[in-house]
Ligand binder design. Structure first.
Ligand SMILES: *Cc1c(COP(=O)(O)O)cnc(C)c1O
Length: 426
């Protein structure tokens, strides 16, 4: 077969783009070279429906070992009894938990998308809002913090089967104990979706959700710095006292129901090459080096927030506990959409984002979201945050000055050349 230069040229261009720009999309990161090496491997050829030791295909004795290694390492990271590493994505992980414990039409309660929540927490355009009956809590307008009073009132009113906590654009820690208390009162399960802050939770830098939440889901590619994918976890497996049954009518422990909801419930064959890469990433997370990384992420986010505040940028909730921050740009007279475009011209990548109580549509928005997980992997420290914030401020305060933006792009590219990315790729 002839080498497909058309595609490989594009991959090369994407590498150069990643090298030259300041990556501030909060959901992105750079995996290690060995994670990518493990992902591009012969295990992509293997069908392995089922789980280690109980597969529907022959020849699984090797992939059984990589998948078991991924499971064991993940259990060690979070000190948990149960882990499923097969979900193809964070959305698939959430779909599987809901399939395992809910019936179509059941009530669910999650953080409103426009307040920082995620599509899979009940949005009308997503399976979660189509198959189940969604209800939402929000944040307090004055403080930007999760409105726990509202969450409790809604829970008592609609008695949901499932309460979902966790978010995509929320910079503060969560009070999992408080959510569990009202869940027990109304007979709901609690699922924490830690897709964003999982890497910080892994190192004890944020509250531990596992003792209070029945289920914890995550992506593996955000602060966990692994390959693109999802995971489902429980600290303790438990008998489902609600009498939930598997498709054959048997009452099963919850771990069993979750496994069945992933396969055959929502997926076919697992991506064993990606699971091998997850195992490598989990090994890295167990290292002291990753502890230093997670600590640096928090330090960088704090330093960045401080620089923004000094320039009169309005951070929702006034600051951050994790790796990201959401900024309301209304006092700067620029929309989120325009901000995203202008930053792009200077090779600074970020995404527009609705802010709580936004008066603009999801396509325009009043806000922008910044995260430091990726630039911290590049090697940036607190002292580099000032350059980043100055560059952002320069772009946003001169949105129509093409000469200035072109010059800024050069400065950004020059600045990034000191943080070498994937030297092994030439
Ligand atoms: C990113 C994210 C997801 C979805 O992850 P995908 O892998 O893109 O499907 C789910 N929940 C939250 C809170 C997220 O931020």
């Amino acid at each position: 077969m002839q080498r497909d230069t058309q595609v490989f040229d594009l991959i090369r261009k994407e590498l150069e783009r990643q090298r030259h720009g300041i990556e501030l999309i909060a959901s992105e990161n750079f995996t290690s070279a060995q994670v990518m090496e493990a992902m591009g491997n012969v295990m992509t050829n293997k069908y392995a429906e089922g789980y280690p030791g109980r597969r529907y295909y022959g020849g699984c004795e090797i992939v059984d070992q990589t998948e078991q290694l991924a499971i064991d390492r993940l259990k060690q990271i979070f000190n948990i009894e149960y882990a499923n590493v097969q979900p193809h994505s964070g959305a698939q992980a959430n779909a599987a938990v809901m399939l395992a414990i809910l019936q179509p039409g059941d009530d669910i309660l999650g953080l409103d998308l426009s307040m920082g929540g995620h599509l899979t927490h009940g949005s009308g355009v997503n399976f979660s809002g189509k198959l189940y009956k969604p209800h939402f809590y929000g944040v307090v307008k004055e403080t930007g913090l999760v409105d726990y009073d509202m969450l409790e009132a809604k829970a008592r009113e609609v008695k949901p089967k499932l309460i979902i906590c966790g978010a995509s654009a929320y910079s503060r820690d969560w009070d999992y104990a408080r959510i569990r208390k009202v869940a027990d009162e109304v007979g709901a399960f609690v699922m924490a979706d830690i897709a964003h802050p999982a890497g910080l939770i892994a190192k004890g830098l944020l509250s531990d959700p596992f003792d209070h939440c029945h289920f914890v889901t995550s992506t593996t590619h955000k602060t966990l710095r692994g390959p693109r994918g999802g995971i489902i976890m429980m600290r303790k497996d438990f008998d489902n006292t609600l009498g939930l049954k598997d498709p054959k009518g048997n009452i099963r422990p919850m771990s069993n129901l979750i496994d069945l909801a992933v396969f055959p419930g929502t997926q076919g064959g697992p991506l064993e090459h990606v699971i091998a890469a997850k195992a490598v990433a989990f090994g890295e997370i167990l290292s002291d080096e990753f502890t230093g990384y997670a600590q640096q992420v928090v330090k960088n986010a704090q330093a960045m927030a401080k620089s923004f505040v000094a320039k009169d940028y309005q951070i929702i909730s006034g600051g951050t506990d994790n790796h990201l921050m959401l900024i309301d740009l209304r006092n700067k007279n620029i929309s989120g959409k325009k901000a995203e475009n202008v930053l792009g011209l200077a090779d600074i990548t970020a995404n527009k984002n609705m802010v709580p109580f936004d008066d603009k549509s999801a396509f325009v928005t009043s806000g922008v979201r910044f995260g430091v997980a990726a630039i911290t992997t590049r090697g940036m420290k607190e002292e580099h945050m000032e350059f980043v914030v100055n560059a952002i401020d320069k772009a946003l305060t001169n949105p129509d000055n093409e000469t200035l933006l072109a010059q800024l792009k050069g400065e950004v590219n020059n600045f990034m050349s000191q943080f070498v990315l994937y030297p092994e790729m030439g």
